[in-house]
Design a binder for this molecule. Structure first.
Ligand SMILES: [Zn+2]
Ligand SMILES: [Zn+2]
Length: 150
């Protein structure tokens, strides 16, 4: 089943939920802030067309790895490269190639940054687009699920 990770509007922590079209509210465990959600039967089947939190239809996909771990690994490899004459950076590059490329993809809502895992139609969701991100986040533009064509 599709896994949804909502960012709490009250305190910014992540709330994990599974799509349920009978559910209309999600409560944050940390700050008890209650958020409206609109799940559809489609989402219960793992098909993502509309965001259950902000009802927008603009998403991007990216590799599902923990950015903090990625940065920490790079810093460690960079420090080690002083003694390993750069070999640790090569190892990290290979690790990225073989390990991270295999990781699953996550779909993310531009507007409210809700994360969606195990999305069946993930291949229909485009990669991150800077222009779309800026227009949605800074000028509140709604692309209605039609990505910019460059
Ligand atoms: Zn909260
Ligand atoms: Zn959203």
């Amino acid at each position: 089943m599709m896994e949804v990770q909502i960012t709490c509007k009250g305190c910014g922590s992540s709330i994990d939920v599974l799509p349920d079209h009978l559910a209309s509210k999600v409560e944050c465990d940390i700050c008890k802030h209650v958020q409206d959600v609109h799940f559809t039967v489609e989402q219960e089947q793992g098909i993502l067309t509309e965001c259950p939190v902000c009802t927008r239809m603009d998403f991007y996909k990216q590799k599902d790895f923990n950015r903090k771990i990625g940065v920490a690994l790079f810093v460690i490899a960079a420090i080690l490269s002083i003694w390993t004459y750069g070999i640790s950076l090569v190892v990290l590059y290979l690790l990225d190639l073989f390990l991270f490329r295999r990781l699953s993809l996550v779909a993310i809502c531009y507007k409210c940054s809700t994360n969606f895992r195990k999305v069946k139609n993930i291949n229909d969701i485009p990669d991150f687009d800077h222009e779309m991100h800026d227009r949605i986040v800074y000028s509140d533009h709604d692309f209605k699920g039609k990505p910019l064509s460059h």
